[in-house]
Write a protein that binds this ligand. Structure first.
Ligand code: NAD
Length: 495
């Protein structure tokens, strides 16, 4: 597959790779203490696009110390309205650098540029705008508990936050953590995924330009095992906000217990998208295809299980298969591309491994199932029919462009199957009967339920799940609670 970047992207690659990308610690761009570096690969071409300083334990020490100083010093003490102004300046700078940030994200994560411009970047900017607006509106309340006292609460920032970010939406998910933390008066040490560090490092540079005091936002790139674990186990970190896999999430909860850090975890999913027999099947299958193939299926809430009523099962399979065949996979810099490559060779092999497992389990591939070409990590959009609920491809998160279509008999059967995995992040249902949809929404094990639509999110709404999908909620006003502690003040008024 040939990948032809336009002029701007080529010059961006030159600019990015011209120098080592440095860590951002205590207001400065610095190499790692060890001097080690790692390479960032473009998943579309397998070419090196940048060399990045590889953080280690010493870098985490420096970053946490800087974040602590900045927390005790300027940031938590600054008037909230001033904090808000600085965050709005960063919003403006991100808008000024929109093209650069979008291209960087597209190159580093292999995302179609059209999707980054339509989704990742506007969502990141919207998130920062939303929380910049909240910064001076976070307050406690007067609770008149007794006649002889003035009793009220205040909301105080929790302190130093470690933000650990995955590679599937680096800029957007990073901002879900950074923006509310800063708005609440916390300081942040961010660890981007090692596969996608570039946008976080660039936004940290822009934050300095916006006037964020030194140490308020630090970025230490590096491995999860070294940088991630050092942050999670650090006695001077007050909160960990993590998005990633359930296995790592489990370890983070254990590590955070050392000093009882606050923890919020956004983990995986195996979301069911249920199509009842009275649904608008054309609309449902169109949304189901984008609901699973968007971002090449590397979405925690991907509708990777389509549950179809037995009366419409064959039609659903046929339509999904037809849609999958027409989805354009290819060069992320081409604006008509719908699916780019998956993030890495390892991820590609894991997805293709699941395709083999599905075949061996007795499911039928109706389209896809193969790698495309031999340069870049491209996989065909893949539809599995004849999938039994118990099969591994219907239970485990594949995190790739693979959908399993499972048959159900009635509403109770649909709910049993929809709720029958270890996850509970999101679910969808399609019907022309509102009562039927409401019944599904009430009983679905999910943090978000989409009815006659699928996949929409907005920073104003809380986001998260339970069990293997995580703990707590991000976004909306829920995030403001995550990054603050409530304190009671009791003033004796008896005289
Ligand atoms: P991952 O868990 O391997 O990595 C996530 C982040 O954690 C990375 O920055 C990584 O370096 C770091 N990390 C790895 N090991 C660590 C450790 N021992 N201690 C501390 N940090 C560590 O996951 P991934 O491969 O980056 O992302 C894919 C997974 O994330 C999928 O399972 C997906 O479902 C999940 N995800 C969930 C959501 C959500 O909102 N619920 C969003 C995106 C991704």
């Amino acid at each position: 597959m040939s990948v032809a970047y336009d002029y701007d992207a080529v010059s961006l690659i030159r600019r990015v790779s011209a120098r080592e990308k440095l860590l951002v610690i205590d207001g400065k761009l610095v190499p790692s203490v060890s001097g080690k570096t790692f390479r960032s690969i473009n998943p579309a071409t397998e070419e090196v696009i940048a060399t990045v300083s590889e953080g280690g334990v010493e870098d985490v020490e420096r970053a946490v110390a800087a974040a602590r100083r900045a927390f005790e010093g300027p940031w938590s003490l600054m008037r909230a309205a001033e904090r808000s102004k600085i965050l709005f300046r960063l919003v403006d700078l991100m808008k000024e650098h929109e093209d650069e940030l979008a291209e960087l994200e597209s190159l580093d994560a292999g995302k179609p540029i059209s999707a980054v411009l339509r989704q990742d970047l506007p969502a990141a900017i919207d998130t920062l705008t939303y929380y910049a607006g909240w910064a001076d509106k976070i307050h406690g309340e007067v609770i008149p508990a007794r006649e002889d006292a003035l009793t009220y609460t205040v909301r105080e920032p929790v302190g130093v936050v470690a933000a650990i970010v995955p590679w599937n939406f680096p800029m957007m998910i990073g901002m879900w953590k950074l923006a509310p933390a800063l708005a609440c008066g916390c300081t942040v040490v961010m660890k981007p995924a090692e596969l996608t560090s570039l946008s976080a490092l660039r936004i940290a540079e822009l934050a300095l330009e916006a006037g964020l005091p030194a140490g308020v936002f630090n970025v230490v790139a590096g491995s999860g095992r070294v940088v991630g674990e050092a942050l999670v186990n650090h006695p001077d970190v007050d909160k960990v906000t993590f998005t990633g896999s359930p296995g790592v999430g489990r370890g983070i909860m254990k590590g955070a217990a050392s000093n009882f850090k606050h923890v919020s975890l956004e983990l995986g999913g195996k979301s069911a998208n249920v199509i009842f027999e009275d649904a608008d099947i054309a609309a449902a299958t169109k949304a189901a295809a984008s609901g699973v193939f968007f971002n090449a299926g590397q979405v925690c809430s991907a509708g990777s299980r389509v549950l179809a009523h037995e009366k419409v099962y064959d039609e659903v399979v046929e339509r999904l298969t037809a849609r999958a065949k027409t989805m354009k996979v290819g060069d992320p810099s081409d604006r008509s591309t719908m699916l780019g490559p998956v993030i890495s060779e390892k991820q590609m092999n894991s997805i293709l491994g699941y395709v083999d497992i599905g075949r061996k389990e007795g499911a039928t591939v109706t389209t896809g199932g193969e790698r495309i070409g031999n340069r870049g990590f491209y996989i065909q959009p893949t539809v599995f029919a004849d999938v039994a609920h118990e099969m591994r491809i219907s239970q485990e998160e594949i995190f790739g462009p693979v959908v399993s279509v499972v048959k159900f008999k009635d509403d109770a059967d649909a709910l049993r199957i929809a709720n029958g995995t270890a996850f509970s992040l999101a679910a969808g249902a399609w019907s022309r009967d509102i009562a039927r949809l409401q019944n599904f929404a009430r009983r679905a094990k999910a943090g978000t339920v989409w009815l006659n639509t699928f996949g929409y999110t907005d920073v104003r709404l809380p986001w998260g799940g339970a069990h293997d999908s995580g703990l707590g909620r991000e976004r909306g006003t829920a995030a403001l609670k995550n990054f603050t502690e409530e304190k009671v003040v009791w003033l004796n008024t008896r005289g």
